[in-house]
Design a protein around this ligand. Structure first.
Ligand code: OAD
Length: 240
């Protein structure tokens, strides 16, 4: 079956990796595009454990604002198409996202692997307990399990280890097709998945508005907005 240069058999295991570009057309900002989140905030202040230790209220405010944006946003055709692929492809479709929003789930996907955590979850830094985050979190919130005032968003910050790496590595080793969608290839370990896949003989496809920082490592590219390119690609794959 041809997917613009990438050949996979019907039912072959697929690993999808998504980034901020998949949610861009839902109105959630990306990080590194012009006017992106990292042009307005200092990453060291709001996305590191040291930043949180210095000013927890600032960090909670940053994620409260992002959670409010997420709750006001709706999934777009790219999220829905990937859910359709998971539902109808006769093989495994593992969906790994760097996004902390819940638009894949609201778009109909199941079993989404959030390697950078989730805005909708809270974590106690003292005892490790996790629970559903309220719309607004505060530095003084007490953990419902141990009572410590060490509540943080359950997101992965720079300097911390991404979640579910073993599960992702296993799925990557089993995949026959790796597809990265709307991610700049600037943040590791996710940015390294394409070279790992290529080294293991897995076919690789990049879907992005423009070639990413690791574009050369992919076998094929589909360029354009995710809300158009992803549904087209999924329909062609399912029809093949
Ligand atoms: P970036 O902001 O780095 O990259 C977004 C990518 O999406 C770029 O390659 C854009 O070209 C592409 N893009 C933008 N709009 C698009 C559209 N409508 N359709 C398709 N592609 C589009 O976001 P990520 O790669 O997700 O981590 O960033 C990776 C990590 O860096 C994030 O998870 C976050 C951030 O710092 C942490 O905070 C730990």
């Amino acid at each position: 079956m041809g997917t613009d240069g990438v050949i996979v058999g019907r039912g072959a295991p697929i690993l999808l990796l998504t980034g901020a570009g998949v949610s861009a057309e839902s109105g959630l900002g990306t990080f590194r595009d012009a006017g992106g989140i990292w042009s307005r905030y200092d990453l060291a202040d709001v996305a590191t454990p040291e930043g949180f230790a210095r000013d927890p209220a600032l960090v909670q405010g940053f994620y409260n604002a992002r959670r409010a944006n997420m709750l006001a946003a709706a999934p777009n055709p790219a999220h829905r198409a990937l859910a359709r692929l998971q539902a109808h492809w006769p093989g495994a479709v593992t969906l790994v996202t760097q996004n902390i929003d819940d638009l894949h789930e609201r778009g109909g996907s199941h079993d989404v692997i959030h390697m950078h955590g989730e805005l909708s979850r809270a974590l106690c830094a003292a005892c490790g307990h996790r629970w559903d985050a309220p719309a607004e979190m505060h530095a003084s919130d007490a953990c419902p399990a141990c009572g410590a005032q060490a509540t943080r968003p359950d997101v992965v910050w720079f300097g911390e280890i991404p979640y579910h790496m073993e599960r992702i590595e296993t799925a990557l080793a089993r995949a026959e097709l790796f597809v990265a969608i709307g991610t700049s290839g600037a943040v590791y370990p996710a940015a390294g998945f394409v070279s790992e896949a290529a080294a293991a003989g897995v076919r690789t496809l990049e879907i992005n508005l423009a070639p990413s920082e690791v574009a050369d490592a992919f076998d094929a590219h589909l360029l354009g907005p995710a809300s158009e390119v992803v549904p087209d690609w999924v329909e062609r794959l399912l029809a093949g």
